[in-house]
Design a protein around this ligand. Structure first.
Ligand code: SF4
Ligand code: SF4
Length: 459
């Protein structure tokens, strides 16, 4: 038994370690956390699957479609902003992984190729799933969305049967990759206390104890510098014999200001996400039909596979190419290599990514939000066809969208400035900042144009 260095305070702390608040501490240490949220989520997931696969096959009548794409998908980036990757602690796929592992798991170590190339697999899966959504209509087709969920469930069952902890979540899940990137903007930070951890040899947080398993995402709070792979499951809080874990509130995007080991593939993903939001917006525009017609004339084919794939590839290449261009220019100024600059400053795009992702989904949430109620009423035989699904009018939604994009731009610009300041000498900071600042302004301008055009409804 060790003496706890943490003094519980009855009042809500305004700064510092949230675990000093006795109710937060008790809740996170309780054996009911996160199970009390995990199990209802799994049950709702089961119901959604039933609806998607066996419910009405028109998207605007399907309650599973409304819950998934009008409520859950828009809310998820907002959750990342406030509580980091917490969604992954209660995600039904993770719960299925844990159940399979408990009963038939082999607990083999993570294959080396997954450790090395996992993030590229995530990048590729993310691109493929977004592409397939557009050409096979996953979102518009409840059965298609159900099949996608079944495919993910199969992947998680296979992973849970063979490999240890949450191998799937850490190294394969495309949503996990997106979550990891977005969680860097999150306002909650979990870390070990360096002075306590440095004398610790138990590593109970990583290995686990009889109180809770070791970190499911293979993180070691002693050396953790990022929240990208912390799902706030609180297992380490329960396990640490020295009460070393601290849960603190930080300014949003703070983690982007200094990434200790920037990785090319993560920076690449942040640029790709920007391209994917371009595609998502472009295909919802009223002018999308005219763009397709023009592409059909240019390519000489009416195949949607061809025309959409051309648009998709161009939309993804564009932000990667622009980031490459800025990195090429900057490497002549600050003498760091192109790859170093690309990897370091690519993370700064994440703030804008999150903002435009939320702004895009705000349209679904606020322009189609009532469809959740209408489809729920449909379950009881009440037909509300013809009623507007909008919660707010389009003008108000656009004001909110532009406000979010402006915040994202500020976040990305400030991240660029902090990255430049922490990596380069005083004389190089502004010269390094300028090309990336132009890049962020260009991304913002492109989004402003897209968001100002009329969009088509999904439901
Ligand atoms: S968090 Fe606790 S168990 Fe983990 S290294 Fe630090 S002191 Fe040890
Ligand atoms: S670091 Fe702690 S809270 Fe974060 S995922 Fe690992 S065990 Fe859970």
């Amino acid at each position: 038994m060790t003496n706890s260095p943490i003094q519980l305070q009855p009042a809500w702390p305004t700064s510092g370690n949230l675990l000093r608040h006795k109710w937060i501490n008790r809740f996170l240490r309780s054996r009911w956390y996160p199970a009390i949220i995990q199990w209802p989520t799994l049950m709702i997931f089961g119901f959604i699957m039933f609806q998607l696969l066996l419910g009405p096959q028109a998207a605007h009548d399907n309650f599973g479609t409304a819950l998934t794409w009008v409520l859950w998908w828009p809310l998820i980036p907002i959750i990342f902003l406030f509580v980091g990757r917490f969604w992954c602690a209660i995600c039904p796929f993770a719960t299925i992984n844990d159940l399979v592992q408990k009963f038939v798991g082999n607990n083999r170590p993570v294959p080396r190729f997954l450790k090395k190339y996992g993030i590229w697999i995530i990048d590729a899966l993310f691109i493929f799933i977004t592409w397939s959504d557009h050409v096979w209509g996953v979102v518009e087709n409840p059965f298609g969305a159900g099949v996608l969920m079944l495919a993910l469930t199969t992947g998680v069952i296979v992973s849970g049967s063979f490999f240890e902890r949450r191998t799937f979540c850490r190294h394969v899940c495309f949503l996990g990759g997106l979550s990891g990137n977005y969680a860097r903007t999150g306002m909650l930070s979990l870390r070990g206390t360096p002075e306590i951890c440095k004398t610790c040899t138990a590593a109970a947080c990583y290995k686990g104890t009889d109180k809770a398993p070791g970190c499911p995402l293979f993180e070691f709070p002693k050396t953790m510098t990022s929240n990208a792979n912390c799902v706030m499951c609180a297992d380490c809080i329960k396990n640490c014999p020295n009460d070393s874990i601290q849960l603190t509130v930080r300014p949003p995007t703070k983690e982007l200001w200094f990434i200790r080991k920037p990785r090319l593939e993560e920076a690449f993903l942040s640029a790709v996400i920007m391209g994917i939001v371009f595609v998502q917006n472009a295909t919802m525009l009223d002018v999308w039909g005219s763009i397709l017609k023009w592409l059909e004339q240019v390519t000489g084919t009416t195949s949607y596979y061809v025309t959409f794939t051309i648009t998709f590839v161009m939309a993804i290449i564009l932000p990667v190419a622009l980031l490459s261009l800025a990195s090429g220019v900057v490497s002549k100024i600050n003498k760091a290599t192109f790859i170093e600059n690309f990897a370091r400053f690519g993370y700064a795009i994440i703030a804008l990514d999150v903002a435009v992702h939320i702004a895009h989904n705000l349209f679904h949430l606020l322009a189609e939000g009532k469809s959740i109620v209408y489809t729920a009423l449909g379950l009881f035989g009440t037909d509300v066809h013809g009623a507007s699904p909008a919660i707010l009018d389009m003008g108000t939604i656009q004001v909110l969208q532009f406000g979010l994009i402006a915040l994202g731009l500020i976040g990305s610009l400030y991240a660029v400035y902090r990255i430049a300041r922490s990596n380069y000498s005083k004389g190089q900071v502004w010269a390094t900042f300028a090309p990336y600042a132009v890049l962020m302004v260009v991304f913002t301008a492109m989004n402003v144009v897209l968001f100002s055009l009329p969009m088509a409804m999904r439901m």
